[in-house]
Design a protein around this ligand. Sequence first.
Ligand SMILES: [Zn+2]
Ligand SMILES: [Zn+2]
Length: 249
Amino acid sequence: MVKMVFLNFLFPRHCIGCGSEGNYFCFNCQRKIKPLDFLICPICEKPAIDGLAHPRCQNRYSIDGLVSLFPYEGFVKTAIGKLKYHFMTDLIEDLSNLMIRIIKANKDKFKLLNYLEKNSESILLPIPLYWQRENWRGFNQSELLGGKLAKHFNWQMRTDILIRQKQTQPQMSLKANRRQENIHGVFKIASNIQIRTCLRQNLVSGEISRHSNILLFDDVWTTGWTLKEAAKTLKKSGFKKVFGLTVCR
Ligand SMILES: [Zn+2]
Ligand SMILES: [Zn+2]
């Protein structure tokens, strides 16, 4: 704490939106920020009630729904960039608080999250980085942000289930038609995880119920291939419900 006060004194925080001194997100800029107008079906990307995948779009291994909070623009986009590429991890607190506030202020729009909050079998699963990239960056931004959300909404967070088994090129750097191929076969389930049909209270360590609601968490949904590929991997290994949550879309 002392260290943080000291650092704030040396490097006062400036609003990422307007530059005013004090916080990363000043009151005025926060007030202006709006959630996305509507949620989409993660498969056809057309509007969908509560972000649930249209039954006609689904197949056996497809993702069941998607909630994204903000449009990928303005100061939220800047904040994500600063977090990922300038390692500004002290943004985590402000950004996660902003997300929590917007979710709570738009209960109707984010019904799916409400439902998961009330369900004790809900597990937030941050999209893993390849170990080399995580070592290089020193953290996984989805894990840091996701951890704050999980704590607030009473979700279990698990980082030991899904593994990224190879390095890929950043999806953002690729043309849309190369992204699916880039991410194909990238994830696997950790070999020490046993997926069971029983309920959580009857499980022993290393086991997980296939009836858990999995909420995959990532920073940005662009073409969605990363989340779709992760959902496919989870469903192929037996999980029944896999949703996605992203900060932006
Ligand atoms: Zn501002
Ligand atoms: Zn659809």
